[in-house]
Design a binder for this molecule. Structure first.
Ligand code: PHE
Length: 503
């Protein structure tokens, strides 16, 4: 039977940059620095690095390596392990799909802020810090009172969301070849922008104070379970695992190419980006503390509060070049997001659909872009932020961790950890020892389940997530519905021979 040729990365550098681009994202800038500050400063690097070694690297190697082994995206990988496991590839694909529908909306906010930089509209203006909060929540989002009150669409965001999807489509409709090249540029540009922010931050008054908060070690924290929880959950999130995409990216690796070393390079590049972003963020935090004579708690935040409220205030207070630094900061967020967004759209959605149904790349990319854009409209309504938050909890916490743990169990115990290790070692620059098997079989699943139970079930069952009352049930509904759909897809006939041989 004729087999379709699998597409390939056209060079090792393109692959590595595509992988780094998918890993580095908003989380490196708005989550890592804050978590480090919150959980022991410099000391937090210990659990973080341990998490990277015992969870991040083995899990990333697993996704790359299994993708390469079966020459297929996630559903084909698990169908390859055994037909009855195919759902285990679809479930994380749904996670990736859900995530990209709202991740792109955050990118759309960032583009909006780029446009508003001319007038520094997002700054604190006359109304002080509340001004910046008001601008974001009222002017940009028009936030309603509850998830049940959707209100109207916020048209400026709809516009930049459409633009975002056009860009994603243009990058992905020609596949890995173009994705690799664009990633190299996008990651480099994001790094240059981060460097500019870092230099700006380090030349402002107050940096010593800020960096002290970032890295001052607090040894007492190490004994605290929360610290380990924070480190492991950040590792799981930051490498963009558990959402199917890395299997697809791995399936484009040439048959004889390295896996292990590429996984290590990707992990180290991701961690270093986060570490350096922390200097940029905290030097500006120090500057704000000094300029506003405010304590650290008042000026530091994580997540959207940092990116769209605190940081804009900091930028607007700078002695000069505010509009320029604003453009750099928000474009940096956009580029960081872009490489993760097309990774999800292409690796978690388009490639699995092509592998399963034999659809053409152009058509699949187009349909996926349009459908994701349309679903994304929900988050551009006035109640959208609440939905974004709940879908994030379902997909980027529960689904990511649960499917990740199950994938490691399936590969470790059903496919065989040792067989896997020998396979990846064969072509890799360096070899993993037998200890690797136990990481895959026990440590990674246990670490991920610890995070789900300790930070998830224990909290959300005691009290519904967020302040959304019964609306928070949507989280469980999404988890169950996507599981059901995954089983259903398993029963659907696969249209083309999976994968293909290289010439
Ligand atoms: N790793 C990305 C970040 O740090 C987050 C992400 C998670 C992106 C899942 C895509 C998918 O921002």
């Amino acid at each position: 039977m004729a087999k379709a040729l699998r597409e390939r990365w056209t060079s090792r550098a393109f692959f590595v940059f595509a992988a780094i681009g998918s890993a580095i994202g908003l989380g490196n800038v708005w989550r890592f620095p804050y978590i480090t500050y919150e959980y022991g400063g410099g000391i937090f690097l210990i659990p973080y690095v341990i998490g990277l070694i015992v969870i991040g690297i083995p899990w990333l190697t697993l996704e790359f390596g299994m993708g390469r082994y079966f020459q297929s995206s996630a559903p084909g990988v698990f169908a390859g392990i055994g037909k009855r496991w195919e759902w285990l590839g679809w479930w994380p694909a749904f996670a990736g799909f859900l995530i990209v529908t709202y991740y792109t909306v955050i990118m759309a906010w960032a583009l909006n802020y780029v446009v508003a930089s001319g007038s520094v509209a997002w700054g604190m203006g006359q109304a002080g810090v509340e001004g910046a909060g008001g601008y974001f929540f009222e002017t940009v989002l028009g936030l309603s009172s509850s998830p049940g009150v959707l209100g109207g669409l916020q048209w400026p965001i709809v516009g930049t969301l459409a633009l975002t999807w056009i860009i994603i489509f243009l990058v992905m409709f020609r596949g890995a070849k173009v994705i690799g090249k664009v990633s190299l540029w996008a990651v480099s540009i994001a790094w240059v922008f981060l460097a500019i922010l870092l230099i700006r931050g380090l030349t402002l008054p107050g940096i010593a104070q800020g960096l002290n908060f970032y890295l001052d070690p607090d040894f007492t924290k190490l004994g605290n379970v929360d610290v380990w929880y924070a480190a492991f959950s950040q590792i799981a999130f930051t490498l963009s695992l558990g959402m199917a995409g890395m299997f697809a990216y791995g399936s484009f690796i040439a048959k004889k190419a390295d896996v292990n070393n590429n996984a290590v390079i990707t992990s180290i590049a991701d961690a270093s980006t986060a570490f350096f972003a922390g200097f940029a963020i905290f030097s500006i935090v120090g500057y704000m503390m000094q300029a506003l004579s405010a304590p650290v708690e008042e000026v530091v935040a994580s997540g959207i509060g940092l990116a769209f409220v605190s940081f804009p205030v900091g930028i607007s207070m700078m002695p000069g070049g505010n509009a320029f630094i604003g453009v750099i900061f928000f474009l940096c967020l956009f580029f960081l997001g872009l490489t993760s967004a097309y990774f999800l759209a292409y690796g978690a959605v388009v490639t699995p659909l092509m592998d399963k149904f034999g659809w053409s790349r152009v058509k699949t990319s187009l349909v996926v872009s349009i459908v994701c854009f349309l679903i994304g409209l929900i988050y551009t309504t006035q109640g959208g932020l609440y939905w974004l938050d709940m879908v994030d909890r379902a997909a980027c916490f529960y689904l990511l961790l649960i499917t990740g743990a199950l994938a490691c169990i399936a590969v470790g115990w059903v496919f065989g950890a040792r067989k896997f290790r020998e396979y990846v070692n064969e072509t890799s620059d360096f070899k993993f020892g037998a200890w690797f098997d136990w990481l895959i079989k026990i440590v990674v699943p246990a670490g991920l389940l610890f995070v789900v139970i300790y930070g998830g079930f224990a909290k959300d069952i005691a009290a519904p997530y967020g302040d959304y009352g019964n609306w928070a049930l949507s989280i469980w509904i999404l988890i169950i519905v996507t599981l059901g759909l995954s089983f259903w897809l398993q029963t659907v006939k696969t249209r083309i021979p999976k994968g293909g041989e290289e010439k």
